[in-house]
Design a binder for this molecule. Structure first.
Ligand code: IMP
Ligand code: MG
Length: 181
């Protein structure tokens, strides 16, 4: 697996430190609120489980699975719900937790869908942000790291369902995905 990585972009230590920082800010911002964290599967799972352990308030946790890609490395613009929430969001303060925001299409769709269900508020937190590729002007409330326009894997992020369990974020060697889009 490690031989497919061109460069480590963010180490486990950098990810840990940033997650701690974000957890602290979120704990302050949501004091007295009904915080419900929605983990966007599958990519958001590592970051979500690290982040909620840094939040010092009660947290309700639920999961949603949506998909905007097949095995390609750029978005198709088509968003599908693969798994919906099990709990009601009405009246709650929702924090969507994502692995990466790229075009913004997935998040724009998800945010609008959740707003239509009547929560008190909806905010977005992502560990990685690729501002260069944004197509939709979706506001991101909490960002871990702005990263360059490279295809990255690890810490939950995959290429064709592989590399999610790498403990760091690395740039995938282009020859791994070249000619497969
Ligand atoms: P968006 O709709 O283009 O913002 O796509 C967001 C989703 O695309 C993320 O949740 C990831 O699943 C996937 N994605 C975007 N960029 C990367 C990347 O560099 N590596 C792995 N997955 C990515
Ligand atoms: Mg994702």
């Amino acid at each position: 697996m490690i031989n497919d990585i061109a460069k480590v972009l963010l180490t486990r230590e950098q990810l840990k430190e940033k997650t701690k920082e974000l957890g602290k800010i979120i704990s302050q911002d949501y004091k007295g609120k009904k915080l419900m964290v929605i983990c966007v599967l599958k990519g958001g799972v590592m970051f979500t489980t690290d982040l909620i352990r840094e939040i010092t308030l009660p947290v309700e946790l639920d999961f949603m699975a949506i998909s905007s890609y097949g095995a390609a490395t750029s978005t198709s613009g088509v968003v599908r719900i693969l798994k919906d929430l099990e709990t009601d969001v009405e009246g709650k303060d929702i924090l969507i937790v994502e692995d990466i925001i790229d075009s913004g299409l997935t998040l724009k769709y998800l945010k609008e869908l959740l707003i239509s269900r009547g929560p008190k508020s909806v905010k977005i937190c992502t560990i990685l942000n690729k501002p260069a590729r944004r197509q939709e002007n979706v506001h991101v409330d909490y960002i871990g790291f702005d990263i360059p326009d490279e295809f990255v894997v690890g810490y939950g992020l995959d290429y064709a369902e592989k590399y999610r369990n790498l403990p760091f974020v690395g740039i995938l060697k282009p020859e791994i995905y070249m000619n497969k889009n």
